[in-house]
Design a protein around this ligand. Structure first.
Ligand code: 07D
Ligand code: 07D
Length: 343
């Protein structure tokens, strides 16, 4: 029997192109590139239809700026291996375009070989990202939608700008910013944490992790609920809401039965939206505070009673008696490694 084809079933429906039904929506108000076309392979992932993609001025300039940024980054990386193509390909994950050295401070015209290219690439990448944001915003308005997606994207851009723009300005040096490079940006992340006394003690890093982990949990709870009620037509969400005995009702009941509490088909999206958005919003606050209001998160943690004070460990003799390393946080009235009892 013929059945609808996704990754899991056996035939794929190729319908006529879906074009916007309403007159204002069928006029995209910009050049149209790409499509519409049908792709069998895209159909396996989602929809078969590719395009038409709206290519207004914002999109074109954004893509151009993104292309320039990637060119600057790529050519600098290639130059760093003496224009050897094989080494470029082999070493790509480890190559970097570094920000200016500390002695350049916040100069906007450092020598090209000492961060100048980094600044230029950063300028074009930022322009590209901001223009893409404006495109998301303006397309949502043109369709008479809310601008929720644009604001969630703005939250990610906030973290990106804190990492590479706002924080370096506050601490007075571009050298504090993130390098371009796959492994180098990981090394920067680890070094940043160590340099500022372990980011784990930064409460905003904690919050960011809560929202990141929370996002994955909500995502799978919601997606799992919809998929598990598809046999009752759960993907037809609007009709579902007013249908008794529907997939939605079963989905909600499932959570009420298993956990005693359920989101509904409106509130689950609000939960997911805010968790995801708050990941980068709180993260950006945490990074902005680092090296500006707090220089060492470990010492901050000791001061605020969330980290153990290991200072007495420095006084331990070469031979450590058994049990001497049972350090307890002084504020809890513990015994330090040197044997002192702390009130
Ligand atoms: C799946 C959507 C698609 C997007 C993708 C990313 C580029 C960059 C550039 C070679 C989920 C496309 C990437 C265009 C290529 C050059 C010069 C999104 C999906 C596939 N990181 N990070 C990655 C960025 C920071 C950290 C991967 C960007 C901070 C850790 C990828 C930024 C810190 C790990 C990447 C950024 C940090 C990664 C996969 C900007 C703290 C990993 C990303 C603009 C937040 C993981 C080798 C992904 C990895 C990883 C891109 C910033 C930490 C290259 C664009 C400075 C610990 N980061 N990152 O799938 O495998 O995202 O690294 O701020 O373990 Mg990163
Ligand atoms: C990077 C937002 C910018 C992205 C934009 C996208 C393109 C590509 C291409 C479409 C990701 C632009 C896109 C250009 C387009 C295509 C194809 C979002 C970004 C605008 N940490 N940590 C976080 C954990 C440690 C450190 C957040 C866990 C260590 C630093 C997150 C652990 C040290 C920073 C998180 C852990 C350390 C972070 C990131 C565990 C390293 C940050 C959230 C279990 C040794 C960032 C406050 C995010 C932050 C951050 C998780 C450990 C360092 C919750 C789970 C202790 C320096 N960490 N971390 O969404 O905000 O990023 O911190 O050990 O800057 Mg961490």
């Amino acid at each position: 029997m013929a059945r609808f084809h996704t990754l899991y079933t056996s035939i794929e429906v190729a319908a006529p192109f879906e074009m916007p039904p309403l007159p204002p929506l069928s006029r995209p108000g910009g050049h149209v590139l790409l499509g519409p076309r049908h792709s069998v392979w895209l159909g396996r992932l989602g929809e078969t239809q590719l395009g038409p993609t709206h290519m207004g001025i914002l999109a074109i300039v954004s893509l151009l700026c993104g292309f320039i940024a990637i060119e600057i980054i790529g050519l600098n990386m290639w130059a760093s291996v003496d224009w050897n193509l094989l080494r470029f390909i082999k070493m790509l994950p480890f190559l970097a375009l570094e920000p200016p050295s500390a002695k350049q401070g916040l100069s906007i015209l450092p020598p090209l070989h000492d961060g100048g290219w980094w600044l230029l690439a950063g300028f074009f990448l930022t322009a590209s990202i901001l223009l893409w944001w404006a495109r998301m915003y303006s397309r949502a308005v043109a369709l008479g939608m809310g601008t929720h997606v644009a604001w969630a994207f703005a939250s990610a851009i906030w973290l990106y700008l804190v990492l590479g723009f706002f924080r370096p300005i506050l601490v007075g040096s571009w050298s504090e910013a993130v390098p371009f490079g796959i492994v180098p940006h990981l090394n920067w992340t680890a070094t940043f944490s160590v340099r500022y006394g372990n980011l784990f003690y930064n409460p905003f890093h904690m919050l960011s992790i809560v929202f990141l982990y929370g996002s994955t949990m909500l995502f799978t709870m919601h997606a799992g609920t919809i998929l598990s009620t598809q046999r009752y037509g759960s993907e037809r969400e609007t009709r579902e809401i007013v249908d008794p005995g529907s997939a939605s009702e079963r989905g909600s009941l499932f959570w009420r039965w298993t956990m005693g509490f359920n989101a509904n088909f409106d509130s689950i999206h609000k939960w997911a939206y805010w968790f995801a958005l708050l990941t980068t919003l709180t993260g950006g606050i945490g990074i902005l505070m680092t090296g500006t209001v707090v220089d060492n998160w470990y010492l901050w943690g000791v001061e605020h009673g969330i980290a153990a004070d290991y200072t007495p460990l420095q006084q331990i003799p070469a031979h450590v008696p058994p049990g001497a390393l049972d350090v307890k946080a002084p504020h809890l009235g513990g015994v330090t490694a040197s044997g002192d009892t702390v009130p």
